[in-house]
Ligand binder design. Structure first.
Ligand SMILES: O=C1O[C@H](COP(=O)(O)O)[C@@H](O)[C@H](O)[C@H]1O
Length: 244
């Protein structure tokens, strides 16, 4: 696990914001996939309420999602909805740069439509569209996007699929492992002590283990990094100090 532990969450947010800025200064547009859940809200708020809101050239960034819950965009569970509320409503960004998964549509049809939208905008490498950067979170069970332990097909040749959240039965449209793994860069963003146990478990798995999708899914020909705060890295830090 290629991880960086940030001693303060603010340092981690600054690093991410700086990377958004650098991408936005390139000649060509960059395609960034955002994660859902509770973790990225801090990042959205920071981008919207810091000097980065003005400094970043939002025209050059296109936003996508790793997964979406099959609910209306106005629902509090909507990944797009929370990003809209905390980021897009606070900055000036062209509407055509925002590629949301339409959670209100029929899930199967939306998975097909979203895959086509990805193909329409993003160049392929080895026959698979290549995102510039995919940001991901990790659930306490080791899921990422909507790729859940025990029900992830790592060989799925599609770009998107319909997943079922194992506890609630909620349907979600998600990128497949294969699409994520074709990204130039993958960053897992993990904050808080409540993630310490899963981070420790993922880090203790053997290379190639399929037990936790978040541990298994890596950029095949790119960079995979884990950005951790001291809370989520707590058990890794303890282990290290035990060794001394
Ligand atoms: O990548 C992702 O990870 C999260 C984990 O959510 P969190 O609320 O524990 O941060 C997942 O549920 C989300 O849908 C997904 O995009």
């Amino acid at each position: 696990m290629n991880y960086t532990i940030f001693s303060a969450t603010q340092l981690l947010l600054d690093k991410l914001a700086e990377d958004f800025l650098l991408l936005s200064q390139k000649e060509t547009v960059s395609h960034i996939s955002l994660s859902g859940g509770s973790t990225p809200i801090l990042l959205f708020k920071y981008l919207a309420n810091s000097p980065y809101a003005q400094k970043i050239n939002w025209q050059k960034l296109h936003f996508w999602w790793g997964d979406e819950r099959c609910v209306a965009a106005t629902d509090s569970e909507s990944n797009f909805g929370q990003c809209k509320q905390f980021l897009f409503d606070q900055i000036i960004i062209p509407a055509e740069n925002i590629h949301r998964i339409r959670g209100e549509n029929s899930p199967q049809q939306e998975a097909i439509r979203y895959a086509q939208e990805i193909r329409n905008y993003i160049d392929s490498v080895n026959g698979i569209p290549q995102f510039d950067w995919i940001l991901l979170g990790v659930g306490n069970d080791g899921h990422t996007a909507s790729l859940f332990p025990g029900q992830t097909n790592y060989q799925d040749a599609h770009l998107t699929f319909v997943a079922t959240q194992p506890q609630s039965g909620q349907l979600r449209v998600s990128k497949t492992a294969g699409l994520i793994e074709n990204s130039r860069r993958i960053t897992y963003l993990v904050l808080g002590e409540n993630k310490a146990d899963i981070i420790h478990k993922i880090n203790s798995e053997k290379a190639g283990s399929e037990r936790y999708p978040a541990g298994k899914i890596k950029a095949k020909a790119g960079l995979t990094q884990w950005y951790l705060d001291s809370g989520s890295a707590m058990l890794l830090i303890e282990e290290k100090s035990d060794e001394c």
